[in-house]
Design a protein around this ligand. Sequence first.
Ligand code: PGA
Length: 244
Amino acid sequence: MEKRAKIAIANWKMNGDKQLLQQFANIFNQSIFANQVVFALPSVFLADDLAKSLPNLAGQDVSCYQNGAYTGEISAQMLKEAGCQYCIVGHSERRKNHHENEIILLEKIKRLKEKGIIPIYCVGESLEDYEQNQTQKVLNKQLLPLMEQNLIDQSIIIAYEPVWAIGTGKPATAEYAQKIHQIIRELILVNCGSIANQIKIIYGGSVKSENAQNLANYADIDGFLVGGAGLDWIEFRKIAEVCL
Ligand code: PGA
């Protein structure tokens, strides 16, 4: 079986400025990172000339509509024109703060696929669900609708991000992350067949240079979705190097 290449995705969220973008552009314009690194920048930076020096770009979100009177929203076509190859869908901050559920998220994935943009679909349990052993149930709820609507293909990226690990400085242990990634892959295998072995399942939640290598050593951990450490180019370069 062909080995899955690893990937490091920096999600800047609503952080950063032009100066930071310049620093990252200086470092990540090297071709060694061409396939391994993606930047989910705030949308206004995606279209900036400096962003063109970065290897791959992602939207942090997309509208579930194609176009129209939706003030503040950004369409899949606009992301494509800004040069995005990827887009995050269903980050826990969107699920929680903007009440996004699977019905909306499936539409977003469809809009992206229509434009050939690869969705980075986020899943993961809350602290409460974790403490009540509901992780598997949550993952089924988040993933099965995609399978029912044939939205899983080999290019989709699944980001497993336990909500209790995001921005807390308390990452999941690598053993726990591996266990959940394996559960996710088996769920895809049962429902979609052997493409499960080609799909990247990446981990997010307090990834730092100090824990990235250990996580990456596990068979089903195919890279990272990085928040805080993705705003520090020294840190993020080390994380990206783990993925080379
Ligand atoms: P964090 O964020 O790395 O700051 O925990 C991860 C994420 O929200 O994707």
